[in-house]
Design a protein around this ligand. Structure first.
Ligand code: NAD
Length: 412
């Protein structure tokens, strides 16, 4: 991907649906994208709309429906809360807009099906993005895997330990029925990564999800064994309680929000009921003025704490194993271990969340290229997340029925 102008092609006119924390990650990348221009946004929060108009000069709306009715918007990026993804995606599609939907795609497979059908019925593209599988290091890992130099894939193991539960959260983020907890919110990163590297079609899931922090009554950890249709195994392990952090094993590179001392302070405050996490969350959203209680000014500041290498190790450690070697993230990109030893492949990154999604959407619209993370892909990833919860509840292996392969034309 280059940052230069797109030769001879129009830039997609992008409208943001929801200007919360997620949009603070997407807006800088969208602003820099050569494939899109930010032209409009919708939110319920006046301060966010005013900030958007001041910063980007675009049109602003108090409802998603008005944004969708804007004739000068080509693509709507859905970044509203999880329980609204289906409604807002269908609304955008019915207005003839292409859609990029942030993760998780929706609350269940039935909602995903409605979203896919709405896109298909209206002849618009649907891309389920903003997952770590679109980061430069995982994309580079996919390229090495697809090159065949190490032979057949034999296993993928990925671990992510974060402070997700300590971060400012609103009620819906802690309510599993509304898509709250780490299985909905963070598992899509790991599932998408594993499915991309393994070709897409998983067969079954055996997993257990835990709810171990009473102040945060939602899934906070899970361990899952996934099996691909050809028998290749993958494990994904997640813990969001904020004790150990995988960045300790990745040269300090990661997406942790709090320092060790801040974690102690925040955990104590949560246990004593002293932190108003709804107010703290507001301080992280786009257009908010105040700093949060732990001293961070915004979600973007939290990203900056990991510096220019934010693309590497953001979401833990992923090791892909092959007949003749292994691949994992390195300080500057990837380590590739083979019969002749270890080499490092540099990976340039940190350009901006969302840029690959916009490029993929642009190529799909302009030249008919396949969307890899399309609606059917997103539905398959969501199905795995649902199976993680079901498998834990029923203490058995869950067979999957909505899996899809990477498009045959997809190129690493
Ligand atoms: N928090 C993150 O770091 C992050 C990162 C990537 C993706 N996401 C995803 O983004 C989505 C939003 O998460 P968030 O953390 O940004 O939440 P948030 O609460 O900070 O943001 C949601 C925004 O949507 C607006 N909104 C809510 N209902 C609306 C409606 N009916 N019409 C118009 N606007 C409405 C809210 O005012 C708010 O500004 C979730 O699906 C989440 O999984 C979050």
């Amino acid at each position: 991907m280059t940052d230069g102008p797109v030769p001879g092609q129009l830039r997609l006119r992008l409208g943001m649906a929801g200007l919360g924390v997620a949009s603070t990650y997407v807006l800088p990348g969208a602003e820099r994208s050569p494939h899109a221009e930010l032209v409009a946004a919708a939110d319920l929060r006046r301060s966010a709309l005013d900030a958007f108009a001041a910063k980007f000069g675009g049109r602003t709306y108090g409802s998603i429906r008005e944004l969708c009715a804007d004739p000068e918007v080509d693509v709507v990026w859905i970044a509203t809360p999880n329980q609204l993804h289906c409604e807002h995606t269908v609304m955008a599609a019915e207005h003839g807009k292409h859609v990029i939907c942030t993760k998780p795609m929706a609350l269940d497979v039935a909602e995903c099906e409605r979203m896919c059908l709405a896109a298909e019925r209206n002849g618009v593209k649907l891309l389920c993005g903003q997952t770590y599988s679109m980061s430069p290091d995982i994309q580079a890992m996919w390229r090495v895997a697809a090159s065949g130099e190490l032979g057949r894939l034999i296993a993928i193991n990925t671990w992510l330990y974060t402070d997700w539960l300590l971060k400012p959260r609103v009620a819906e983020e802690l309510d599993e029925a509304l898509g709250g907890g780490v299985v909905y919110r963070h598992a899509p990163h790991l599932i998408d990564t594993v499915r991309l590297l393994g070709g897409g079609r998983l067969r079954s899931v055996r997993a257990t999800a835990g709810r171990w922090m009473k102040e945060r009554p939602c899934p906070g950890n899970f361990s899952a064994y996934l099996e691909f249709e050809d028998g290749t195994p993958a494990t994904i392990v997640y813990n969001g309680y904020g004790y150990f952090d995988t960045s300790e094993l990745t040269w300090g590179i990661g997406n942790r929000m709090y320092s060790d001392d801040e974690r102690v302070r925040v955990r104590r405050g949560l246990r004593r009921g002293e932190i108003n996490t709804e107010d703290a969350k507001e301080t992280m959203r786009f257009g908010a003025a105040a700093a949060d209680p732990a001293g961070r000014g915004s979600a973007q500041d939290a990203v900056k704490t990991v510096g220019t290498r934010a693309h590497i190790g953001w979401f833990g450690i992923t090791v892909a194993s092959f007949e003749r070697g292994d691949i994992r993230q390195s300080p500057n990109g990837l380590y590739v271990y083979g019969d002749e030893g270890r080499r490092e492949i540099p990976v340039e990154g940190g350009r901006g969340v969302g840029m690959l999604e916009l490029k993929e959407m642009h190529e799909a619209i302009v030249s008919g290229a396949p969307i890899i993370h399309d609606g059917r892909w997103g539905m398959a990833t969501l199905e795995v997340g649902s199976a993680i919860i079901q498998s834990g509840r029923e203490r058995r292996e869950v067979m999957l029925t909505h899996q899809c392969a990477l498009p045959s034309e997809a190129r690493a």
